[in-house]
Design a protein around this ligand. Structure first.
Ligand code: NAD
Length: 464
């Protein structure tokens, strides 16, 4: 079989792979990018971040129109849900964005291959198409960016009817009467919120004694209270042992309580890297015990010339992390320089209000015996938050006690996901809390709450 040679082959066209492909093309490489899906963009665009955010927005508008407009003096009667239209809007957004990546590939002259890629040798990949045809591709550099898939737990079979993953839960054709969610992480909280707003009873079963593991425990406590007030039901300290599906629904067996009956169950207990069926062991790429691919500081695997980025490596499974890793990996290959600062990675949960964080949590600082100061400011005291009627939550800034350098920022409140960008930029520049406090912020904006929290870190908050 004859082969086609590129400078670089990327396996996977999710946020890690497609962004790396574009950056490589910008730097003059001839790039081939392989994905088995017709739609480019990976989990994030097709069945993850983008469709879930579309539904979070629509469901929030629905709930607001139904329950929260009268305070503005807007009377609305007979608000009704048109679920097919809501799902249709989501699909339209996904189609437009995935087609956009096709356009970006054309513009940057990235060659696209559709099929399943498998290593044949260190620098050779076979791309098998569904119709039985195959392409053989060769390159000096190959990047594995195959992403992840929903994980499950013992006793929970994802192939059973009504036992769903996030990909199913963005496309329910009817609002379930009772949706059970296993796992109070990002996915459980976000998609649980969507279906609660649309009318489902939602019970989130979580085996820890808290929600959102990994996030600052104070922030998670505040989020828990707000989400509970909105009507999400939580069963904490409750480990799911098994799920059975029957005609009318499902039964969840758990430790720490009676079985739970529901119409459907969404399994949101994390994601597993897609590192099987790629022929990795045949060429000597080593995996860790979780199936991830360990890499060195150049993102190179245990095989020279074979690199890995995104959800397949043991770094946070976030689309924006994959993008940064893709760019750093390419820049390392082409220019010799490239870096990801894992200390300034923002994380956002797109509930209402949003929950956002960057840097260290208070729990981590305590564990490290790191002396720090805390500056807090509630949105209740922010003029813009009052004007838009979203006053829940606040900003918390953690700064080094001696140097005042910002160590972490944790926000729960309106547009927290956008507000955290300023804090991540400040951390990238090694800013102190005083730097943020001395920066002029437009009035009236939500961002003033960030400035006030920075002032509070020095005991000189103005509006409290
Ligand atoms: P997660 O790791 O965030 O949360 C999983 C939860 O399941 C944990 O709280 C865990 O304690 C719980 N759990 C595990 N086993 C259990 C059991 N037997 N019984 C009850 N609870 C159990 O995972 P996720 O929410 O599935 O998200 C997967 C990945 O996708 C994450 O890495 C996340 O970063 C990413 N993601 C990010 C966003 C975002 O950035 N907004 C949105 C969705 C997903």
């Amino acid at each position: 079989m004859s082969s086609t040679k590129h400078d670089l082959i990327i396996i996977g066209a999710g946020p890690g792979g497609y962004v790396a492909a574009i950056r490589a093309a910008q730097l003059g490489l001839d790039v081939g990018c392989i994905d088995e899906n017709k739609q480019l963009g990976g989990t994030c665009l097709r069945v993850g971040c983008i469709p879930s955010k579309a539904l979070l927005e629509s469901s929030e508008r629905f709930e607001e129109a139904r329950d929260h407009l009268s305070v503005h003096g807007v009377k609305v009667d007979g608000v009704q849900l048109d679920l097919p239209a809501m799902l249709g809007r989501k699909d339209k957004i996904v189609n437009a964005l995935t087609r956009g990546i096709d356009g970006l590939f054309k513009k940057n002259k990235v060659t696209r291959y559709q099929g399943h890629a498998r290593f044949n040798a260190d620098r050779q990949v076979i791309v098998s198409q569904k119709n039985g045809k195959a392409d053989v591709l060769e390159a000096d550099h190959i990047i594995i960016a195959t992403g992840s898939k929903p994980a499950t737990i013992k006793g929970v079979d994802l192939t059973l009817d009504k036992v769903d993953t996030s990909s199913d839960a963005i496309d329910y054709q009817n609002v379930p009467d009772h949706l059970a969610v296993i796992g109070a992480g990002y996915i459980g909280i976000e998609l649980g919120s969507v279906w609660r707003r649309l009318g489902a009873k939602v019970t989130v079963v979580e085996y820890l004694d808290r929600i959102l593991p990994g996030m600052d425990s104070g922030l998670a406590k505040d989020a828990f209270k707000l989400l509970k007030k909105q009507g999400l039901q939580f069963e904490l300290k409750s480990r799911v042992m098994g799920v059975a599906s029957h005609d009318k629904g499902i039964i969840i067996e758990r430790n720490g309580g009676d079985p739970i009956e529901a119409d459907r169950v969404l399994v949101a207990v994390g994601r597993a890297p897609n590192t099987t069926e790629l022929g990795l062991s045949e060429i000597g790429v080593k995996l860790d015990d979780r199936g991830c691919i360990p890499v060195d500081s150049d993102f190179q695997t245990t095989v020279k010339g074979v690199f890995a980025i995104g959800d397949v490596i043991p770094t946070p499974m976030l689309a924006h992390v994959a993008e940064e890793e893709g760019i750093a990996c390419i820049e390392k290959i082409v220019t010799g320089y490239g870096h990801v600062n894992y200390d300034a990675i923002p994380a956002v949960v797109y509930t209402h209000p949003e929950i956002a964080a960057v840097g260290k949590t208070e729990d981590e600082l305590k564990d490290e015996d790191h002396e720090y100061t805390v500056g807090k400011f509630p949105f209740q005291a922010n003029g813009r938050a009052k004007a838009i009627e979203y006053v829940e939550g606040g900003v918390k800034i953690l700064a080094d006690k001696k140097t005042d350098r910002i160590l972490g920022v944790h926000i729960i409140g309106p547009h927290a996901g956008d507000l955290i960008a300023e804090c991540a930029a400040a951390m990238e520049f090694g800013a102190s809390a005083e730097d943020l406090a001395r920066t002029c912020h437009a009035h009236p904006t939500l961002a003033e709450a960030v400035k006030e929290a920075a002032l509070a870190a020095d005991g000189r908050v103005i509006h409290l």
